[in-house]
Design a protein around this ligand. Structure first.
Ligand SMILES: C[S@@+](CC[C@H](N)C(=O)[O-])C[C@H]1O[C@@H](n2cnc3c(N)ncnc32)[C@H](O)[C@@H]1O
Length: 375
């Protein structure tokens, strides 16, 4: 399959959207661990790091990682946390590894100009095929809290042998990039199936634009039944192609952070840089033929679950929200509305559907049903 090199031209809008999401996650992830009293070292792995900048000097993933470290530099020194940054770039069929040289040059220059970052981190460069490097670095990924970027071309490295290895890593969050619509074009070919085996009849049951979400639904089924790993999609449209990010983490704090970033990027669906479920049209439908938008449908589901007593407190409600790809505030808005309508009562003004209330402060409140007119 002939592939265009991302670094031959300036980054396009969807590449920049992807890089911004990568960067936003680093921005949320770094302080979480830097501020934890018992954490001595954290690691960031960028296995497909590219050249550092594009043709127009727009930063790529490695420079964005360094920029986010810089923003936390005061806390990093204060907390005496060591940061190890592992950067890999490799061009499989080339003798001259020009991109690797550019990467090295770009990061070295950044560090020369930012001596504080240079002092705070250990940077380790690799010029190796991901296929060999991944298993070599697994022990290092396991050792400390780690953030792993897998910004591959195509789909190849989404195969079970990598995904199921990542599944075992309990203190690792990862962000994959996948050319999802390639599945619809090549998914039945044996050389494609050998890497990632997806059920093509299932893949084709949803509209083309939903392919990234569909792939993730299928990947979830490949995970062990008792897994803690949670996977979430963010679809990106470029011309007629659909690409996407797969976010993976075992910890609900990580999920909460990723979903907050995703919903900030798209307040209508929280999972794409386009109107994946045609929610704009749903908002404009006339009163008599109104279809619910994604958020309104979620709130309706929450309302029924609360009225049916399937959800009785903020702990259950927060888990329900994250499990369905929503942020706590969507669920909280619903509960506030129910309180205003006299359907439920709870102590105080807020239904406390946030990570901090549930997991950090362990503040549990019960929701009492006052009237259930659905019965
Ligand atoms: C999508 S680009 C990554 C872009 C990068 N994150 C950035 O922000 O510029 C994928 C990169 O992986 C490199 N690559 C391709 N095959 C590889 C392999 N088998 N192992 C490691 N790197 C590879 C490519 O040369 C390319 O620079």
């Amino acid at each position: 399959m002939a592939r265009k090199d991302l670094h031959e031209e300036p980054f396009d809008d969807s590449t920049i959207a992807k890089l911004e999401i990568f960067q936003d996650y680093a921005k949320a992830w770094i302080p979480t661990f830097v501020m934890q009293p018992r954490v001595s070292t954290i690691c960031i792995f960028d296995f497909f790091a590219g050249t550092g900048y594009d043709k127009n000097e727009v930063p790529g993933s490695p420079i964005r990682i360094l920029e986010e470290i810089k923003k936390q530099i005061g806390n990093i020194f204060k907390q005496k946390v060591k940061i190890k940054v592992y950067l890999n770039e490799f061009e499989p069929e080339k003798k001259d590894q020009k991109k690797f040289e550019l990467l090295n040059q770009a990061c070295s220059e950044y560090l020369e100009n930012n001596q504080d970052v240079k002092r705070a981190i250990e940077i380790i460069y690799f010029n190796e095929d991901f296929e060999n490097l991944f298993s070599k670095l697994i022990p290092s990924i396991k050792q400390f809290p780690s953030l792993v970027y897998l910004d591959q071309n195509g789909i190849k490295y989404l195969s079970d042998k990598y995904l199921l290895e990542l599944e075992k890593l309990k203190q690792t969050d990862f962000l994959y990039f996948v050319s999802s619509s390639y599945f619809l074009r090549f998914g039945n070919k044996p050389e494609f199936k050998e890497h990632v085996d997806i059920d093509m009849s299932l893949a084709r049951k949803d509209p083309y634009k939903c392919i990234h979400r569909n792939i993730i639904e299928q990947l979830r089924k490949k995970l062990p039944s008792n897994t803690d790993l949670k996977l979430y999609p963010f679809s990106l449209k470029k011309g007629s192609n659909i690409y996407g990010i797969i976010f993976g983490a075992s910890h609900l704090r990580a999920v909460d952070k990723f979903l907050s970033i995703a919903w900030r990027r798209n307040g209508i669906n929280g999972e794409a840089d386009f109107d994946i479920d045609e929610d704009f049209a749903k908002k404009q439908d006339d009163m008599f033929d109104k279809k619910l938008t994604k958020i309104d449908q979620f709130k309706e589901n929450v309302r029924s679950m609360v009225l049916d007593k399937a959800i009785t407190n903020n702990f259950e409600l927060f888990s329900f929200a994250l499990e369905h790809g929503h942020i706590g505030s969507h669920a909280a808005d619903c509960l506030k509305g129910m309180k205003k309508n006299g359907e439920v009562s709870f102590e105080g003004i807020s239904p406390l559907v946030t990570y901090d209330n549930v997991y950090k402060n362990k503040k549990k409140i019960e929701y009492q049903i006052l009237k259930n007119e659905t019965q």
